[in-house]
Design a protein around this ligand. Structure first.
Ligand code: ZN
Length: 130
């Protein structure tokens, strides 16, 4: 019995996409972490040099908030991509994690890391928002 209508070729394409996405996310997160460390070491050297204007400090704080939000989003996506690759290795890729039905080929091609079918995903999101 198959719960996924993906062909082997499609599955392989998606696996490659997921692997590439994982590498990209790891690089992004690594770069962001290096930025954060650089900012932190600048701040600790602050005594020796005249402190930046309050406006500069506010700007760098706003930048770090944006970076944190990006890092959190990248990290969440990385978790989803890794989970999808694990499910692919386990042979359960393409099955909804909630109801076990096929996630749908079109949905997987558009969003290779999708773990749930559209119905379960919108239920899960509604739950998170509450
Ligand atoms: Zn489902």
């Amino acid at each position: 019995m198959t719960t996924s209508a993906l062909t082997d070729t499609q599955r392989e394409q998606l696996r490659v996409q997921l692997e590439q996405r994982k590498e990209q996310l790891l690089q992004d997160l690594d770069a962001m972490q290096r930025d954060t460390l650089a900012v932190a070491s600048d701040a600790s050297r602050g005594d020796a040099e005249p402190a930046g204007s309050p406006r500069d400090q506010a700007n760098s704080m706003a930048a770090s908030v944006v970076r944190d939000a990006e890092a959190a989003r990248d990290h969440a996506e990385l978790v989803a991509v890794r989970a999808a690759l694990e499910r692919m290795a386990a042979g359960s890729y393409g099955e909804c994690t909630d109801c076990g039905q096929g996630v749908g080929v079109a949905r997987l091609l558009a969003q290779p890391a999708a773990l749930r079918c559209i119905a379960c995903q919108s239920k899960a999101e509604a739950h998170v928002r509450r």
